[in-house]
Design a protein around this ligand. Structure first.
Ligand SMILES: O=C(O)CCC(=O)C(=O)O
Ligand SMILES: [Fe+2]
Length: 183
């Protein structure tokens, strides 16, 4: 998973006209903080009669990329042009989500993907996201390559650790909110 994330970040660096190792160097990925955060969603028929049940409310994920595997297809929805689209990817594949810290470091050039999970399946579903993030001590901010007179910084700087801890109970978790640091 780590190697896949690293290759994708090299591609993203190149797509921005930067050297291949740009993101991995800035984010100190040799000591990057990455975690698996497994999810279990019951089948609709087992839970209640409500046909619009939510597995996860709309959110964005912290970190650079999330590499998502699942045991059955159906459930993940992504926002595109103000509409919710089903992300129907087969269990044999990995779905890649661009996360908050790519948006912060590129000053909004890449956008963190808004997504949610619906319980729309007849069968239970498990998903396994791999949250691929910077080193905890890295201060992530819009980098100079993405800031100029027409594009002032859109986000406050913060260490990745502080970002993950910015919740009610001040412990590291993957539920931080990009809106808290928008300028
Ligand atoms: O279960 C899914 O398809 C997505 C999970 C997710 O968005 C998350 O755990 O942050
Ligand atoms: Fe997520």
């Amino acid at each position: 998973m780590r190697e896949m994330g690293m290759q994708l970040l090299r591609g993203i660096s190149k797509s921005l006209g930067l050297e291949e190792c740009y993101i991995e160097n800035k984010m100190k990925l040799e000591s990057g903080y990455s975690v698996f955060g497994p999810n279990y969603y019951p089948a609709l028929s087992q839970s209640s009669d409500d046909k619009n049940q939510i597995g996860q409310f709309p959110h964005r994920d912290p970190g650079l990329l999330v590499l998502l595997a699942q045991n059955v297809g159906g459930g993940l929805q992504i926002e595109h042009q103000k509409k919710w689209l089903n992300a129907d990817f087969p269990p044999s594949s990995i779905f890649v989500i661009v996360a908050d810290h790519i948006e912060i470091l590129t000053n909004g050039k890449y956008k963190s993907l808004l997504h949610r999970v619906a319980l729309n399946s007849e069968v239970e579903r498990m998903s396994l996201p791999f949250f691929f993030g910077p080193s905890l001590d890295v201060t992530v901010k819009p980098e100079p390559e993405f800031v100029d007179d027409h594009n002032p910084p859109s986000y406050r700087q913060m260490t990745y650790k502080a970002y993950l801890e910015s919740n009610d109970h001040h412990v590291i978790e993957a539920r931080a909110n990009l809106n808290q640091i928008r300028l």
